[in-house]
Structure formats: structure tokens, C-alpha cells
Design a binder for this molecule. Structure first.
Ligand SMILES: NC(=O)c1ccc[n+]([C@@H]2O[C@H](COP(=O)([O-])OP(=O)(O)OC[C@H]3O[C@@H](n4cnc5c(N)ncnc54)[C@H](O)[C@@H]3O)[C@@H](O)[C@H]2O)c1
Length: 387
């Protein structure tokens, strides 16, 4: 029987549900686990009846309204942070000081300076830590990483990422409050840069290595919105859209585009990497597939016969594909929620083996540094080196 890992989750919104589901499922599909998560307590600001209903629905033993009380509880081993960005740093510092292991939702922090403090805190405390950049664990994206590591893309030339949504086009959408904190810079830190491009940057650096420098342009299309906390129309301080060019350490060039104003796009998170030996393309709205163009054989470097070249759509559901052996039979798909199950499974393995699952907080700091460079460049209009 695996040793229990007593988990307290803070936040019962979108991510609170995704993480609760993952802790519940992981033992069923990824057994034997080195530690068995136990949902000890949920903590959030919702009224007590909602907290209690959430605890009952998801199988938590108890609930709390104050995260400080949760962290002080000796029966909690791990804190899982699913709250708005502005709260991450304070919770992490307290949880690390209390010796709890920590999973924190992305973006790790509001700024790289904050993230630096958080890295120092977890490293000083020696506690396990992970930033939940769950898209790394979409099987098709993990397969892209495998193909790159196998040399099938060869020397990289171009990396192209988009992350497009359309839910803030109406000027009638207010900002702030419990539901729309993403539109309030005080709570979110930034707009699409921290919320969406952070994902694209994490994936890009994982697949194609560090970004050296960036030049960016941001735009705020709706400049004033009703603020739900104050009841007044207030300036909007987040970036509604951001485009940036990047130069990677490996010499390849990148373009990144993100917006919440792409009518018809809901969660259009795509990337394409073009190399000398091949290319890969992925689209999160069609997540079962990885598109792969094979130009040359990685072992021999020999060009594929001309009549056999062409884009290949790999249906990423075979037992040989990342994570898929743990689920169903070939041809049967998994979806969004499974990326969180994979995240928890890898994290628990990392705790046991001493080879921490990535991205840990130090790796999450990198993403934050790129985001800071992007926002600084958008301010100055100049190329900015990533710290
Ligand atoms: N990995 C992903 O793909 C992904 C997707 C969505 C959100 N996120 C991140 O997850 C985090 C949460 O986002 P969400 O969409 O779940 O938010 P949400 O608005 O759906 O839920 C936020 C929850 O946090 C709680 N909360 C807020 N302040 C609190 C406090 N001081 N103490 C205790 N509880 C508090 C609220 O009561 C609520 O339950 C954010 O950092 C966001 O960027 C990540």
C-alpha cells in the first residue's frame, strides 16, 4: 500500500475541479503509485454551503475558508494552488516555510522578481515543487518532444506559436470580481501574455530550447470596462493581444501571437516547428493528432524517397505513444482533463525517484523571465534580452 500524500487544494474554480479530478483518478490509472493522494481539504472563498457541496462532490474530508489555517494543519503534506495569480507568491512562501510540497498553477507569479523569491523559498525548504504547465503532458505534445529528441526534426529554423480565444470582444464584459479577475491587472499581473503566452513559452522552451531575445507589440482594444469590485468604469490595464518575435539560443526564429479577440477561436493553442529533417504541427482544438513531415531519416541523414514524402497525421492513441498505455486500447482517445492526471502521475514519480518532474519552480521562473522581457519590449518598442 502506497504511503498517503495528504493534499489540500486552494481554489475550487476551473483549476480546483481539474486538479481534484486528477488526484482522484491518478491512482486508478497510474498504479502502482509511490504515494497515494488523499483529498484532505478544499479551501476557497466561496460561501460555506458551496465549499461543503464541493467537498462532498469531489470527496474531500474537510474544507477551510482561510488558506493560512490549511497550511498550519499538521495533517496536510501538500498544498496545491489553484487561485488567481496575485495570491500565488504569498501562499507559496507560507507553504514552503511550513515544509509542505507544492504544486502551483501557472503563471507561477505576477513577475519574475516574485518568481525568484518563490524559487528561493522552495529550494531553501527542500520541498517538492511543480508549476502546472499541463500542456506538456498532452500525449501529442509529448510525442513531438520525443520526435525532436530522436533527431527527426534536425536543425531547427522556425518555431511558430498561436494562442487565440474570443471571449472578451464585447465591451460589456466587466473586469475584476471573482469571475473576471483575468481582466484586472492587479489580480492577473498581465493579460494574454501571462495567461496564454506563458503556456506557449513553456512549450516552446521545452521543445526548442531557451529564448534569447524578444521584440513585442501589445494592444488593449477595449480601454475601459466596468469594474465589478468598485462598480465604476475603470481603465483596462491588461494586454488584450500580444505578438512577439523571438530568437532562440539554437539560432532558430520564433513568432508568437495571442489574443482574446480572434472571433471563432476558443482555445486555439497551436505550434509548428520546421527543421532541416522534418516538421511538426499541433493544434489543441484537435488534440489527438500530431502532424509530422518526414524529410530525412534521422539515423542515416538520408532523404526520404520523393514519392513517399508528405505530412503524416499521427493519431496519438497507440500503446507506444506517451501515457497512452495507461488508458484504453489503440484508437480510443483521451482529452483535456487527462493532462492533469499525467501531471500528477509524473510529479509523484519525481518525488519518489528524486528526479523532480518538470517544470519545477526554477523552470517556471524561466517562463516568467520571458514574459517580463516581452512586456518590457512592448513598453519600449526595442529588442530585449531575456534575463
Ligand atoms: N493550467 C491551465 O491550463 C490553467 C487553466 C486555467 C487557469 N489556470 C490558472 O489557475 C489559477 C486559477 O484559475 P481558475 O481559472 O481556476 O480561477 P477561478 O476563478 O475559476 O477560481 C479561483 C478560485 O480561487 C479561490 N480564491 C481566490 N482567492 C483566494 C484566497 N485568497 N484564498 C482562498 N481561495 C481563493 C476562489 O474562491 C475560487 O474558488 C490561475 O493562476 C490561472 O492562471 C491554469
Amino acid at each position: 500500500m502506497a504511503t498517503p500524500l495528504n493534499v489540500g487544494i486552494i481554489g475550487m474554480g476551473f483549476m480546483g475541479r481539474a486538479h481534484s479530478n486528477a488526484y482522484r483518478k491518478v491512482g486508478n490509472f497510474f498504479s502502482p503509485l509511490p504515494r497515494q493522494p488523499v483529498l484532505k481539504a478544499i479551501c476557497a472563498l466561496e460561501p460555506e454551503d458551496k465549499l461543503k457541496a464541493f467537498a462532498d462532490t469531489w470527496g474531500f474530508e474537510s474544507y477551510e475558508s482561510d488558506w493560512r489555517k490549511l497550511i498550519a494543519r499538521p495533517d496536510i503534506d501538500q498544498i496545491d494552488i489553484c487561485t488567481p495569480n496575485v495570491t500565488h507568491k504569498e501562499i507559496v512562501l507560507a507553504a514552503a516555510a511550513a515544509g509542505k510540497s507544492i504544486i502551483c498553477e501557472k503563471p507561477l507569479a505576477m513577475t519574475a522578481a516574485e518568481a525568484q523569491e518563490m524559487v528561493a523559498a522552495v529550494e531553501k525548504a527542500g520541498v517538492a515543487n511543480l508549476v502546472c504547465f499541463n500542456y506538456r503532458r498532452v500525449p501529442a505534445i509529448s510525442l513531438a518532444k520525443q520526435l525532436i529528441d530522436e533527431g527527426r526534426i534536425g536543425r531547427p529554423f522556425h518555431y511558430r506559436a498561436t494562442y487565440l480565444q474570443d471571449w472578451t470582444i464585447s465591451a460589456d464584459v466587466p473586469q475584476g470580481g471573482a469571475a473576471l479577475w483575468r481582466l484586472d491587472a492587479k489580480t492577473a499581473g498581465s493579460g494574454v501574455t501571462g495567461d496564454l503566452l506563458a503556456h506557449s513559452i513553456d512549450t516552446a522552451e521545452w521543445l526548442n530550447g531557451p529564448i534569447r531575445r524578444v521584440v513585442a507589440k501589445t494592444e488593449t482594444f477595449v480601454r475601459e470596462r466596468l469594474h465589478q469590485d468598485t462598480g465604476k468604469v475603470e481603465p483596462v490595464k491588461i494586454d488584450d493581444a500580444c505578438m512577439f518575435l523571438a530568437v532562440f539560443e539554437n539560432g532558430s526564429m520564433g513568432t508568437f501571437e495571442s489574443t482574446r479577440y480572434a472571433r471563432g477561436r476558443k482555445n486555439y493553442n497551436t505550434f509548428e516547428l520546421n527543421g532541416e529533417a522534418g516538421s511538426v504541427f499541433f493544434d489543441l482544438e484537435d488534440p489527438q493528432y500530431l502532424d509530422y513531415f518526414r524529410y530525412a531519416d534521422p539515423a542515416t541523414g538520408k532523404k526520404v524517397e520523393d514519392h513517399l514524402t508528405g505530412w503524416q497525421r499521427i493519431h496519438v492513441t497507440n500503446f507506444e505513444h506517451p501515457y497512452m498505455k495507461k488508458w484504453w486500447v489503440p484508437g480510443c482517445t483521451v482529452g483535456y482533463e487527462h493532462t492533469f492526471v499525467h501531471t500528477i502521475a509524473d510529479y509523484l514519480q519525481g518525488m519518489a525517484t528524486g528526479q523532480p518532474a518538470q517544470p519545477d519552480f526554477r523552470s517556471g521562473l524561466r517562463t516568467q523571465q520571458v514574459c517580463d522581457a516581452v512586456l518590457a519590449s512592448a513598453q519600449s518598442g526595442q529588442w530585449v534580452d531575456v534575463a
